[in-house]
Write a protein that binds this ligand. Structure first.
Ligand SMILES: C[S@@+](CC[C@H](N)C(=O)[O-])C[C@H]1O[C@@H](n2cnc3c(N)ncnc32)[C@H](O)[C@@H]1O
Length: 319
């Protein structure tokens, strides 16, 4: 029963295909050797692994994703670390009545829904996880909701104690739900200190299709269609077109990252166990002015899924 994954802290509150290993991301952030107050960006932030690790280390972090379900998860999971637990629990009874969520049916807009209050977003997150559990694994949604709520409160209580004991100073997070390229164009030149991200692996996973039942239930139809057609890695009938579109978008993306990164800052791409992705990403990055720092084929144990994983980590530097 996959209500949540086996990761630590808020990482474990959902499951997402292609998510990072938190330990690996922490090591990569440390490798960037960033100063206090530095801004980290993950333009394909998915379930928010980079966001969570970055705020745990005290940095300012921005996540972007086209999939609103991923944005909701990453935002809630990272904000929860610094949220007042008493406030979250107080008056929670109304959120256990599932009629409350009818007001969201076909009503949410991708670009604005993250402006809802954190408490509302948290319970919506729980409801959506419960809805997905019912759809995907045939688990009673009310049971799933209660069980997730219990686990999350327990984890947050433990983290609260730890936060006080270790005097952890959390960073800040913001999440933008949009088509990555549109958003990157709005960033100032040389404004970002480090980018750590994992682009889609060509057309291997259709992230919007994976979450389609829940997207169609809660979000405005037009927004879902836009997300579907702007996804990087969108599959076309003609395989050649799929590849050409993918690499053309990756080229635009790399060009934009070069513009917004500060000099000598790092662009780190985790590209899975794909030799083609590794070689082609390096070539595109070098064509756009980046220098290759190193490319590593990393073998590690994925604690969430408890199996060995291989991943190319391509570390580039703006020169
Ligand atoms: C490999 S996953 C990232 C997983 C993430 N590293 C994590 O730990 O969960 C790639 C992400 O890219 C997103 N994506 C695809 N096309 C996009 C686009 N045009 N703009 C922004 N995000 C996009 C997908 O929704 C997906 O969440």
């Amino acid at each position: 029963m996959a209500l949540h994954s086996g990761g630590h802290l808020t990482h474990s509150f959902d499951t997402y295909q292609g998510s990072f290993s938190a330990q690996m991301i922490r090591a990569l952030i440390n490798y960037c050797n960033l100063k206090k107050g530095a801004i980290i960006l993950d333009p394909f932030s998915g379930s928010g692994t980079t966001l969570i690790e970055a705020i745990l280390l005290g940095f300012i972090v921005i996540g972007i994703d086209i999939n609103p379900i991923a944005c909701l998860s990453s935002y809630v999971k990272s904000q929860l670390l610094g949220y007042d637990l008493d406030d979250l629990i107080q008056g929670s009874k109304k959120y256990f009545n599932f009629e409350y969520y009818n007001k969201f049916t076909n009503a949410l807009q991708c670009s604005t829904f993250l402006k809802l209050e954190m408490k509302e977003l948290f319970y919506l997150f729980l409801y959506i996880r419960a809805f997905l559990a019912q759809q995907k694994y045939d688990i009673d949604s009310y049971f799933a909701f209660k069980s997730l709520y219990r686990d999350i409160v327990k984890t947050l209580q433990a983290f609260d104690r730890l936060k006080n004991r270790l005097d952890i100073n959390l960073g800040r997070v913001s999440v933008i739900c949009d088509n990555k390229l549109n958003v990157l164009k709005r960033f100032k030149a040389e404004s970002i200190d480090g980018i750590i991200t994992s682009p889609p692996y060509i057309s291997m996973v259709d992230y919007i299709k994976n979450d389609l039942p829940v997207l169609q239930k809660f979000f405005q139809k037009e927004d879902v269609n836009i997300a579907k057609s702007n996804q990087i890695g969108r599959r076309f009938k003609n395989p050649e077109k799929t590849l050409n579109m993918f690499w053309s978008k990756m080229n635009n993306f790399t060009g934009e990252t070069y513009r917004i990164l500060k000099d000598r800052s790092k662009l780190i791409l985790v590209v899975g166990k794909s030799n083609l992705m590794e070689k082609k990403c390096i070539q595109i990055a070098q064509d756009n002015g980046f220098m290759l720092d190193k490319s590593i084929l990393k073998r590690y144990r994925d604690f969430k899924k408890n199996y060995l994983k291989y991943e190319y980590i391509v570390i580039l530097e703006k020169t």
